[in-house]
Ligand binder design. Sequence first.
Ligand SMILES: Nc1ncnc2c1ncn2[C@@H]1O[C@H](COP(=O)(O)OP(=O)(O)O)[C@@H](O)[C@H]1O
Ligand SMILES: [Mg+2]
Length: 247
Amino acid sequence: MSDVLLQTKDLQLAFGAVVVADHINFSLRAGERLAVIGQNGAGKTTFINICTGLIQPQAGQVFFEGHEVTGLAPRAIALRGMVRSFQLPQLFNEHSVRDCVCIAAAGKKNRLRIWTALQDAVDPADVDHVLDMVGLSQRAHDMASALPEGQRKLLDIAMALVMRPRLLILDEPTSGVSSEEKHGLMATIMRALDEQQVSAIFVEHDVDIVSEYSTRVAAWIAGRIAADGPPAQVLADPEIRANVIGD
Ligand SMILES: Nc1ncnc2c1ncn2[C@@H]1O[C@H](COP(=O)(O)OP(=O)(O)O)[C@@H](O)[C@H]1O
Ligand SMILES: [Mg+2]
């Protein structure tokens, strides 16, 4: 099917006796907003790490837009259009907000060379547009290290979006952000994704955020997908309520 963006076939991985990917067969279609839920240690980040090439599975395969990407380097996978963010934003702290986005954009064009001025390597309008989308235009000339956590998350997302991904995988985008700020942060992220027509997978613990911003929920328990379906169905599933949501 041409609109399947990401597919995994029988992914398996164990760290010693701990099984973190237990025969994971999964697929995501273009346009979906998938929330991944699961207790700490369930294997959510490991799944993202396998899909984006950061770690290799012991068995199984990953396909992006129909092409196998298992074993490719993270950078090669990102260049193909599957980009991820980390739970703790990976920023260039000693650079300005704008330069962080420029560095990411130059990386996409493979033009990051010490003899090329950063400004010459990227399209400035592109960089300004991405900063505007995530609401960071006013902070463009501040140091990345000066941003509060919510804006650090947005800068991380701006750096991902400037790579023009078709799938963005967000590992706990609202962690470390106060509960009052979470909705605003997610609304900004989702607006930017809509504008760029980017599909998304996001790991999230807050059930309200999951219900509001996902079109589908997959629940991880001990390295396997225990439930996968519409948010209302998965969030009402007794096994998920008992073992994942914790009520
Ligand atoms: N590189 C590693 N070496 C050994 N164990 C690991 C490694 N990475 C993760 N784990 C273990 O794998 C399990 C799943 O981790 P992780 O995928 O980070 O869970 P989650 O993101 O759902 O909280 C945890 O028990 C964790 O301690
Ligand atoms: Mg994690």
